[in-house]
Design a protein around this ligand. Structure first.
Ligand SMILES: [Zn+2]
Length: 283
């Protein structure tokens, strides 16, 4: 091999190594550095401003929240859509609410999720919807959020802000979409996230199955659905399918824990066991 060919091959190898360092090693190193840095006072000010109950949280959970937010922000990509700006307020506000679901689950940080797409307001989602006959129609729906199984979540920023501003109405788009993310982390979303044993799945399906059936009966009562909803702590949107039931139950658990415990003690116990935190502590 002549000297010129050797130079070309060597420079190609050097370029490939540099590219690999730039693409794979540098982001990891940068992420680890960010995770190890102390939680910045600016970020804490955002969390305090956005989460009305933050100051009432036990110190242990505040520290856990800081660590999960750092981990989350070091590993997830935020993309602004339709002119939405991505700044620390957007990133920290979404991360703080999403991390409430994994507060006491160190090491678990939505591993299959990589991108959060943020729109300024509710967005139009188009999809092909099969009916009972198998006919597929193209439909568009206005959504505040959507969780995909391909590692993406879409949120509207004004819904995120509204959700954070009122943490006791039982509606929270971030908690809802990230509950879907936990549900579909290891496969199809079916209302049961990953649990650690066969017995746990059995108990989960007994409690969730019965509660889902009960909510569905209340919601489908043609004459009394509206009145039934006034009397029910779980939103009837949860009656549409088991995956929605888990997401709605999660919102209710974090935002109306006392009412959920009083009205649906077994459901409350399951969620308390799964999330390993007790939102009654800071209500
Ligand atoms: Zn949903």
């Amino acid at each position: 091999m002549d000297i010129q060919a050797q130079i070309v091959i060597t420079s190609m190898i050097v370029m490939v190594v540099l590219l690999a360092l730039w693409l794979f090693v540098y982001p990891r190193w940068q992420g680890r550095r960010r995770e190890q840095a102390p939680f910045s006072p600016e970020w804490e000010a955002i969390v305090r401003y956005r989460l009305p109950f933050y100051d009432r949280m036990p110190d242990r959970l505040k520290t856990a929240l800081h660590n999960q937010i750092k981990h989350f922000l070091a590993n997830k990509r935020f993309v602004g859509c339709a002119g939405q700006r991505i700044n620390d307020d957007v990133r920290v506000s979404i991360a703080a609410q999403a991390c409430l679901l994994i507060l006491d689950r160190p090491g678990d940080y939505y591993t299959s999720l990589h991108t959060i797409m943020v729109y300024p307001s509710e967005f139009l989602a188009a999809r092909d919807q099969p009916d009972e006959m198998g006919l597929v129609s193209h439909q568009s729906r206005v959504l505040a959020g959507e969780a995909w199984s391909n590692g993406r979540i879409i949120l509207s920023w004004d819904s995120v802000e509204r959700s954070a501003a009122n943490f006791s109405d039982g509606f929270n788009v971030v908690l809802h979409e990230f509950a879907h993310q936990l549900d579909n982390q290891f496969g199809h979303a079916n209302g049961a996230p990953w649990l650690n044993s066969h017995a746990a799945y059995q108990r989960w399906s007994e409690v969730f199955g019965a509660e889902f059936k009960r909510l569905r009966a209340l919601a489908s009562d043609p004459g009394a659905a509206w009145l039934n909803q006034q009397d029910e702590v779980l939103d009837f949107y949860g009656a549409s399918e088991p995956a929605e039931f888990f997401a709605v139950a999660t919102e209710t658990f974090f935002e109306k824990p006392f009412a959920l415990q009083a009205r649906h003690p077994e459901l409350f116990e399951q969620l308390l066991w799964y999330y390993r935190v007790d939102p009654r502590q800071w209500q």
